[in-house]
Design a protein around this ligand. Structure first.
Ligand code: CDP
Length: 274
């Protein structure tokens, strides 16, 4: 929720409270394949935000009457851990979490080739472990690469970041203090390879010039984040290749021919017919 914009958030040198320039992103890192049990997963650290995204599916949808006859249903579950914010968050899903889940599902549905998997569900869980503003954008960044990690076919990768107003100036990637004390917040989701916007929200009052400047800045930020997403995906395959090369030859031994005997016919019994 945007504030009234009266708190000084930019110093005389034009630096923000956390030392960033107005058009600078927070430090961002993405790790792919962090969960063994998920079909695809990613962990994102964006400033102090820590979020894990896990993808399951395409898989059977329950209850079945919710299935879509011509495409897969993307279900998002954005949740904040009770310990992720200063005041303990109730573990029950809040209205805010349900709304964010819905808009994130809409954004991801715009790039996933859902028509390839009719009557199925693709479930995307996003668990916020530590929140510091911009968690919906960070969740979307992680979910998008987790879908790619799961091998879900997509037309493009969704990237996401917010721009907003602090002391009447347009700034990129607001963190919690700027979100609360600034006067406007505009989260955006953008797929750079498609040049498509799949989420645009706005909180606060922007002039037309400020809106256009915010939009341009958020698109520029999303393009920067997209490069980090691509590199994280490439890194996973570089790591796998390094692991494969490191297997010592002695471990990868061939079965001697004498041991690889044929199974005697008597042992290879047929299952009795019912
Ligand atoms: O996180 P995002 O900016 O997408 O959503 P928001 O509703 O604008 O929330 C901004 C920030 O407020 C979150 O990132 C959290 O740091 C904080 N917050 C909180 O402290 N307690 C909550 N129950 C919800 C949000």
């Amino acid at each position: 929720m945007a504030g009234d914009g009266t708190v000084q958030l930019i110093d005389e040198k034009g630096k923000r409270v956390d030392g960033r320039d107005l058009d600078e992103l927070r430090p961002l890192s993405i790790k792919i394949g962090v969960l063994k049990n998920a079909d695809g997963s990613a962990e994102i650290r964006m400033g102090k935000n820590i979020i894990v995204a896990a993808v399951y599916g395409p898989r059977e949808l329950h209850p079945k009457h919710r299935a879509l006859p011509d495409r897969a249903l993307i279900q998002c579950f954005y949740r904040m851990a009770t310990f992720s914010v200063n005041d303990r968050k109730s573990p029950a899903p809040s209205r805010r979490e349900k709304e964010i889940s819905m808009i994130l599902a809409d954004s991801l549905s715009s790039v996933v080739l859902t028509e390839k998997y009719p009557r199925t569900a693709i479930d995307v869980y996003m668990q916020v472990l530590q929140a510091d503003g911009g968690t919906r954008c960070a969740s979307l960044i992680a979910a998008s690469v987790a879908l790619a990690d799961a091998g879900v076919p997509m037309r493009g990768i969704v990237s996401s970041v917010a721009a907003g107003l602090i002391n009447d100036k347009v700034a990129l990637d607001l963190y919690d203090l700027e979100d609360q004390k600034g006067s406007g917040d505009m989260p955006l989701a953008y797929a750079p390879t498609l040049d498509e916007i799949s989420l645009l929200q706005l909180d606060g009052i922007f002039t037309i010039d400020q809106f256009e400047e915010s939009l341009d800045l958020a698109v520029k930020g999303a393009k920067e984040i997209f490069e980090i997403q691509k590199n994280a995906l490439k890194q996973k395959y570089t790591d796998i290749r390094a692991d494969v090369k490191e297997v010592p030859k002695a471990e990868a031994k061939e079965v001697p021919k004498a041991e690889a005997k044929e199974v005697p016919k008597a042992e290879a019994k047929e299952e009795p017919k019912a």
